[in-house]
Ligand binder design. Structure first.
Ligand code: MG
Ligand code: ZN
Length: 350
């Protein structure tokens, strides 16, 4: 019902007329894992009181609870956002009856979109996995990698090489994926001329930004956007700033803020692209808040914040959603994370 309603709005509203007769819009979905309002505020105050998110055209709030728990995990919230259903914590790409559901990436792929995923965790971690795999346990990384190998995603960038070439079942997925080229550096990724490239940045989890992680998220995203735009097709790109969450779990403010700032710089680059392109919808949100982070003191002169945490886990507070570009006004309001899927689907299948 809701989906139909959004479709009707998209068709009828004169607000959207600027794009009615042009080609289907590109979609860039950006998820800051664990990025609540206090994480954003901490990054902002640590950056001369500025965040690139200020350039957003529309802002809303998202309810994050899962099917079985007020406090969601990244698998259930990832599935809600990618596929429009509430499910159990730890379940990826399946509804509450364990029926596999199609993700917005898969829908766009089947509509002729180019597709790409970039994460600062392993590429098989719950958030990116929610866009291409269907498993009862988010921790079944070998199976998730196997499903990625058959997903036909054009470009994927993230850690976790061991789930492809050092597996329990002794298969080497990188050999099996003979239509893909695999890059061993960002320079190599940039110079490979192929419509299917995997760039496994690390054997296991990438290290934290505060520990010197390279290449930067903004460089990986810009290189991928350049590839995506070289085809005469629309594209769907998922970008995850994965480790804002990890800093929250560890109550490690240096980790949280450095990840937040990298994500924010990437938002700035994505907005630069979208503003120039004029046919790209950018949606930025979080899957949940992590740490119950609170800013209790600090000062603007030194860009300094004093932070306290009430938890080493996720919390159930609403998270903000930011948008820019065609149809971005659809993302105004207060609504469930599942509706992010509904709105994106309406844009893609119109
Ligand atoms: Mg994640
Ligand atoms: Zn977490």
């Amino acid at each position: 019902m809701l989906r139909k309603l959004i479709l009707i709005i998209v068709f009828l509203s004169p607000l959207f007329s600027f794009s009615q007769d042009s080609k289907a819009p590109n979609i860039i979905m950006m998820i800051g894992d664990g990025m609540g309002l206090s994480q954003i505020s901490s990054g902002m105050y640590s950056n001369n009181n500025y965040t690139s998110l200020e350039r957003s055209q529309h802002v809303g709030l998202i309810k994050t609870h899962s099917f079985d728990n007020l406090v969601t995990d990244s698998a259930a919230s990832g599935t809600a956002m990618s596929s429009g259903v509430k499910t159990y914590n730890r379940v990826v790409g399946m509804d509450e009856n364990f029926i596999p559901v199609k993700s917005i990436l898969e829908i766009s792929r089947d509509k002729g979109y180019m597709t790409a995923i970039i994460a600062t965790s392993t590429i098989v971690h719950a958030t990116p996995a929610s866009y291409y795999s269907k498993v009862k346990s988010r921790y079944d990384y070998n199976e998730i990698a196997s499903q990625l190998s058959k997903s036909n995603i054009n470009f994927f960038v993230g850690g976790g090489e061991k789930y492809f070439n050092d597996r329990r079942d002794k298969r080497n997925l990188m050999n099996e994926m003979d239509d893909y080229s695999f890059a061993n550096s960002l320079e190599n990724f940039i110079e490979i001329n192929s419509n299917k490239i995997g760039f496994l940045t690390n054997y296991d989890d990438p290290i934290g930004k505060h520990e010197g992680r390279k290449p930067s998220l903004e460089d990986m995203v810009q290189a991928t956007i350049k590839k995506l735009t070289s085809f005469n097709k629309p594209f769907f790109l998922l970008v995850e700033g994965s480790q804002i969450d990890w800093g929250g779990h560890d109550n490690d403010s240096e980790h949280v803020i450095s990840e937040m700032l990298e994500f924010d710089r990437t938002v700035g680059k994505v907005f630069n692209f979208a503003e120039k392109d004029k046919n790209t919808t950018v949606v930025i949100t979080a899957d949940h808040e992590t740490g119950g982070l609170s800013i209790v003191d600090g000062n603007l002169e030194d860009s300094k914040v004093i932070i306290k945490y009430v938890s080493e886990d996720h919390t159930a507070t609403m998270v903000p959603i930011f948008s820019l570009g065609p149809y971005s006004s659809l993302f105004n309001g207060i609504y469930d994370n599942t509706e992010i899927f509904d709105k994106l689907e309406a844009i893609i299948i119109k």
